[in-house]
Design a binder for this molecule. Structure first.
Ligand code: HEC
Length: 119
C-alpha cells in the first residue's frame, strides 16, 4: 500500500496521528519509536508462537494509542517480496536508497498501525 493521502488531512483535523510503522522500513519517516518497536517485537513473538494477534489500545503519557498488526499478503510481495522478484525494484531503490522493506513472505508481520489520540 502506498501512503494513504487521507492520513495527513485526518491527523490535522482531529489531533490524531496516524502512522504505519515497521522494524524494516522503506520510508525513513515510518521508522518506529522505541515503544512502537516493542509493540512490533511482541507481535512477532506471538506470531512465532501461532498466537492470535489482537489490536490494542495503550495509554502512553498524554496519549491513547491504538495499535494493530499489519500482516503481509501475497499481493504485497509485488513490492515487498524478494528483490529479484520485484518487477521494477530499481525505481523503488532510486526513491528509497536505504529500503529495508523487502524479503517478506505471506503471513509475516509487515508492521503495525499506530494511531495516537491526544487526551
Ligand atoms: C505497488 C507497490 C507496493 C505494494 C503492492 C505494497 N506496498 Fe507497501 N509500500 C510501498 C512503498 C513505495 C512504501 C513506502 C512509502 C509509503 O510509506 O507508502 C510502502 C510502505 C509500506 C509500509 C510503511 C512502512 C515502510 O516500510 O515504510 C507498510 C506497513 C506497508 N508498505 C505494507 C504493505 C502491505 C501490508 C502491502 C500488501 C497489502 C503492501 N505494503 C503492498 C509500496 C508497495
Amino acid at each position: 500500500m502506498a501512503a494513504l493521502p487521507l492520513t495527513d488531512s485526518l491527523s490535522k483535523a482531529h489531533n490524531v496521528t496516524i502512522k504505519r510503522t515497521t522494524d524494516r522500513w522503506r520510508q525513513h519517516k515510518n521508522k518506529p519509536t522505541a515503544y512502537e518497536l516493542e509493540v512490533i517485537n511482541k507481535y512477532k513473538k506471538q506470531l512465532a508462537l501461532n498466537e492470535a494477534l489482537k489490536p490494542a489500545i495503550h495509554t502512553v503519557e498524554q496519549q491513547s494509542i491504538f495499535y494493530a498488526p499489519i500482516i503481509t499478503q501475497g499481493l504485497c510481495l509485488k513490492c515487498h517480496g524478494e528483490k529479484e522478484a520485484i518487477l521494477d525494484y530499481l525505481s523503488i531503490q532510486e526513491k528509497y536508497p536505504n529500503d529495508l522493506a523487502v524479503g517478506y513472505k505471506p503471513g509475516d508481520l509487515r508492521g503495525i498501525w499506530s494511531i495516537a489520540f491526544e487526551k
